[in-house]
Ligand binder design. Structure first.
Ligand code: NAD
Length: 305
C-alpha cells in the first residue's frame, strides 16, 4: 500500500505520516505540501518523503497520484477568518485544488479520502448534526469544503471513483500550531495560559464544540486506508461530545494547576454557535474505533507544548 497525503506537513497530515510510516502493510508515504501553513520540521522522525509543491500543479499531482494506491487529501487553507479575508484564494485551494486531486485519482482509480468540515452545516439549532441535515455554510471556507465533498461524491457516482468524504469537527493535539492569528482554540488557549497571558474568548464562551484528539483521527484514517473504506455519502468524524469553551478553559486550568485569566471579545462572524456530531454513520463504518477522551487528549497536548 502506497499512500499520498496532500497537506502532509500540516498538523493532521504530519501526525498521519508519523503513524503510517512503518505501519504493517504500508510500503511508502509521500507528503505533498506547499508549506504555506505546514512545516518540514513536522515530519522530523518520520520516513515520509516530503515533496514541496502545490495541489494547484496538475502535472505534479498526476505524477504523485500515479504512484499511490490511496490519496488522503488534507491540503487546504483551513481557516474561516482567512477565507473571509480572501475568498478567492480559499476557493482556489479548497475547491479547485480538490477537483485537481480528483482528476488525478480518476486517471488511476486511486482510493480518495477527503477532509471536509463540520463548517458545511452552518449555524443550525439542530444538534447533534446528522449528515442528512440541510447544509448552510456561513463562510467561504465552509462553502469551499461543501463544494469539495460534493465533487468527491460526484466523482464517485459519475466515474465509480472509490471515495470517503469525512466531515472533521474540531481536531486538536500535538503539532497544531499556536501563536498566530488563525490558531485553533485549544493550541491558542494552552499557549496563552503557559505564557501567563489571558485566553481570548470570542463571545460569552457558552458556544459548544465537539473535539477529537488527533491520535484518534489518524488511527481512523489509517484504518480507512488499509481497508479501503468508501462511502456514497458524507460521514461525520467526531464522537458526539459537547463541551463549552468555558468548560474547556476550566479543564485546561485543572491540568496546568491554575485557572487562566479570560479576556472576552465580540463573537466572530462566520463562527457557528453549537457543534456536535451525530456519529452513527461513523460507527457503522468504523465499529472498533475507541476515541481518546478529551481530558487525556488535553494532557498529551499540554505535555507536547
Ligand atoms: P494545516 O493547516 O495544519 O494543514 C493543511 C496543510 O495543507 C498545510 O500543511 C499547508 O501547508 C498545506 N497546503 C495548503 N495549501 C496547499 C496547496 N495549495 N498545496 C499543497 N499543500 C497545501 O491544517 P489541519 O488542521 O491539519 O487540516 C487538515 C485538513 O483537515 C484541512 O483540509 C482542513 O480543512 C480539515 N479540517 C481540519 C479541522 C481541524 O480541526 N484541524 C477541522 C475540520 C476540517
Amino acid at each position: 500500500m502506497r499512500v499520498l497525503i496532500t497537506g502532509g506537513a500540516g498538523f493532521i497530515g504530519a501526525n498521519l505520516c508519523a503513524f503510517l510510516t512503518g505501519f504493517p502493510g504500508v510500503r511508502g508515504v509521500v507528503a505533498l505540501d506547499d508549506l504555506s501553513t505546514g512545516s518540514a520540521d513536522n515530519l522530523d522522525g518520520t520516513s515520509a518523503e516530503l515533496v514541496t509543491g502545490s495541489i494547484l500543479d496538475r502535472p505534479l499531482l498526476d505524477r504523485l497520484v500515479a504512484a499511490a494506491d490511496t490519496v488522503v487529501h488534507l491540503a487546504a487553507r483551513p481557516s474561516v477568518p482567512r477565507s473571509l479575508a480572501d475568498p478567492v484564494a480559499s476557493h482556489e485551494v479548497n475547491a479547485t485544488g480538490t477537483v485537481n486531486v480528483l482528476e488525478a485519482c480518476r486517471r488511476t482509480g486511486a482510493h480518495l479520502i477527503l477532509a471536509s468540515s463540520s463548517s458545511v452545516y452552518g449555524d443550525t439549532e439542530v444538534t447533534p448534526k446528522h449528515e442528512d441535515l440541510a447544509t448552510r455554510p456561513l463562510s467561504p471556507y465552509g462553502a469551499g469544503k461543501l463544494a469539495a465533498e460534493a465533487y468527491a461524491l460526484a466523482y464517485g457516482s459519475s466515474f465509480g471513483l472509490p471515495v470517503l468524504p469525512l466531515r472533521f469537527f474540531n481536531v486538536y493535539g500535538p503539532l497544531q500550531a499556536a501563536g498566530h492569528a488563525y490558531a485553533a482554540v485549544i493550541p491558542a488557549f494552552v499557549d496563552a495560559a503557559l505564557c501567563g497571558e489571558p485566553v481570548t474568548v470570542h463571545g460569552d464562551g457558552e458556544q459548544t464544540r465537539d473535539f477529537t484528539y488527533v491520535g484518534t483521527v489518524v488511527r481512523l484514517l489509517a484504518d480507512a486506508v488499509l481497508r479501503r473504506v468508501t462511502s456514497p455519502a458524507p460521514v461525520n468524524l467526531a464522537f458526539g461530545t459537547r463541551v463549552t469553551v468555558n468548560q474547556l478553559i476550566t479543564m485546561i486550568g485543572e491540568i496546568l494547576g491554575a485557572a487562566p485569566a479570560v479576556r472576552h471579545v465580540p463573537a466572530r462572524h462566520g463562527d457557528v454557535r453549537h457543534s456536535q456530531a451525530a456519529c452513527d454513520r461513523l460507527g457503522l463504518l468504523f465499529p472498533n474505533v475507541d476515541p481518546v477522551p478529551l481530558g487525556d487528549g488535553l494532557k498529551h497536548t499540554v505535555a507536547w507544548f
